[in-house]
Design a protein around this ligand. Structure first.
Ligand code: FAD
Length: 500
């Protein structure tokens, strides 16, 4: 964990203390959990809290990706980039900032490291030991369907849960193996702002980091093979984000073809790519590869216990069971929804299914997600293309943010809240929001979907004025207006006339 400053030392002392001595197992465990990222921590803590005898095995850092090399450091950086953008745009609000105000990238990264180390006690060996869990630091691998070894120590189990997550993997890019490059595992060790950075892949990570580095002052080249960014999202929503990235100075090279990397003549990396008919040949100081994830299936001897996997990860059924009925899985290792909150909820379901004969289904989870660009793009449920594939006819209702007072006052009028309902009803099947705090706003749609609250009923929930979340209530109003058919309108008119 670099640099080895006081913050990273504190972090490591919490998540992988050098002087840690593994406990000696005493009898059979109800549950052995391999991997102490979000999925593993939640599984272990929840099961131990309910009285189970639990062992937790981690080969690197407790907290896994989220704390150490993904959500936490990336969001700390994004908040600094937002501050930089607010200062840059302050003039629009009548606030004059002295010219020459600049970003101190070293301080940005130090702040991130401090916040990450401040959060680390929560995921620490000390805390999980205090919860009554036997924490083993080392590589876990199966011996048979009731035994796991951690560096030679044998743990016997009734049930095991694989929570080993995923890692950055090198995609097939010509010349990638000839140049140094960053992934999420090394990006957060930077201490100096790259003057020019090439980012490969305009998915959530690529877009979040491209915008942030552009706001810090880097010259950013964002290379994407598809015609646009965030290709899994509502195209109009993704395009709104695209416009903001470009406005922030990101040089977006979509439809990227013949991408080739090679060592720069005088240092750095030469990046050659054809984008929309034009050839680009630039030398950048750093390359960030933000595409490609590989499941951590190696080294566990899964074959010995008949746990099947593909290049997407461990195969599970709808009850989170692997192909060995005593072994379950949760988190990035087995799910296409690679998010911390998804790992968390899969873990909660696994506890019920393993210990309490629960019957929680993976397919029943309503999993929202958000990309933390400015504006944020959040989604839950089906989009129109998925609905069509499943032969579900939908109606779509959209409230532009330009019609929401708070968005106007904030100067954040681009974006919208869009809700998809089952045709002819108000049953919500999905939603997309592009707005400043879309990630927070999507939560209320998730509540509605989980609890079976219709879009019409959302219109009856009072939202504080002025808030951007009023956009959601307004979508409900739009839906309710469609119910005012000429026949209903004429009945109401007659009723009102009768009261005169
Ligand atoms: C840059 C970036 C930003 C992200 N931002 C967000 C975000 O804002 N919000 C969000 O919801 N998601 C975000 N994600 C996704 C999120 O990080 C993951 O979905 C989440 O961390 C998955 O948790 P997990 O427990 O499944 O796996 P991990 O966190 O990967 O944990 C797996 C653990 O298992 C250990 N392990 C593996 N094999 C073994 C073994 N054989 N023995 C012992 N230990 C083993 C690993 O060392 C690791 O600690 C982001 C991802 C990236 C890359």
């Amino acid at each position: 964990m670099l640099p080895e400053d006081e913050y990273n030392q504190k972090l490591v002392s919490n998540v992988h203390p050098a002087d840690w001595v593994n406990p000696t197992p005493s009898g059979k465990y109800n549950l052995v959990v391999i991997g102490a990222g979000t999925a593993g921590l939640v599984t272990a803590a929840g099961a131990a809290g309910l009285g189970a005898k639990v062992a937790l095995i981690e080969r690197q850092f407790m907290g896994g990706d989220c704390l150490n090399v993904s959500c936490v450091p990336s969001k700390a950086i994004i908040s600094a980039a937002r501050a930089a953008a607010a200062v840059r745009d302050a003039g629009e609000f009548g606030v004059n900032v002295p010219p020459g105000t600049e970003v101190d990238f070293g301080k940005v990264m130090e702040r991130m490291r401090k916040l990450r180390s401040d959060l680390s006690p929560h995921d620490s060996v000390k805390r999980f030991t205090a919860l009554g869990i036997d924490v083993y630091l080392g590589q876990g691998s199966f011996i048979d369907s009731s035994t796991i070894t951690v560096d030679g120590t044998l743990l016997s189990f009734s049930k095991a849960v694989i929570c080993t997550g995923a890692r950055a993997s090198a995609p097939p890019i010509a010349g990638l193996d000839t140049v140094p490059y960053l992934t999420n595992e090394t990006l957060f060790s930077l201490t100096e702002l790259p003057k020019r950075i090439g980012i490969i892949g305009a998915g959530p990570i690529g877009c979040e980091m491209a915008q942030s580095f552009a706001r810090f002052g880097s010259e950013v080249y964002l290379v994407e093979s598809a015609p646009g960014i965030l290709v899994k999202e509502d195209p109009e929503a993704a395009d709104t984000v695209r416009q903001h990235l470009v406005r922030d100075g990101v040089k977006l090279l979509c439809c990227g073809k013949d991408l080739e990397l090679s060592p720069g003549k005088t240092g750095g990396v030469r990046l050659q790519v054809k984008s929309e008919g034009k050839g680009y040949d630039v030398t950048v100081d750093r390359i960030l590869v933000a595409v490609g994830r590989a499941p951590n299936v190696e080294g566990m001897d899964l074959e010995k216990v008949g746990v099947e996997y593909t290049k997407m990860g461990v195969t599970i059924d709808d009850k989170f069971r692997t192909t060995n009925k005593r072994i379950y899985a949760a988190g990035d290792i087995c799910s296409p929804y690679q998010f911390t909150h998804a790992a968390d909820f899969m873990a909660r379901s696994v506890i019920r299914n393993t210990l309490f004969f629960g019957r929680v289904n993976h397919s029943a989870l309503v999993i929202p997600w958000a990309t933390y660009t400015s504006p944020e793009l959040a989604h839950v449920g089906l989009n129109p293309a998925e609905a069509e594939k499943r032969v579900i006819a939908i109606d779509i209702f959209t409230q532009p943010m330009s019609g929401v007072d708070r968005a106007i006052l904030d100067g954040e009028t681009e974006g919208f809240a869009r809700v998809h309902v089952k045709k002819g009803s108000d049953k919500i099947v999905g939603a997309t929001i592009v707005a400043k705090n879309a990630g927070d706003m999507i939560g209320s749609i998730s509540i509605a979907m989980t609890q079976g609250i219709g879009l019409g009923s959302i219109a009856n929930c009072i939202h504080p004025y002025p808030t951007q979340a009023e956009a959601i209530r307004k979508v409900g109003d739009i839906y309710n207006k469609t119910r005012l058919t000429p026949r209903v309108a004429s009945i109401m008119k007659r009723l009102i006339a009768w009261q005169r």
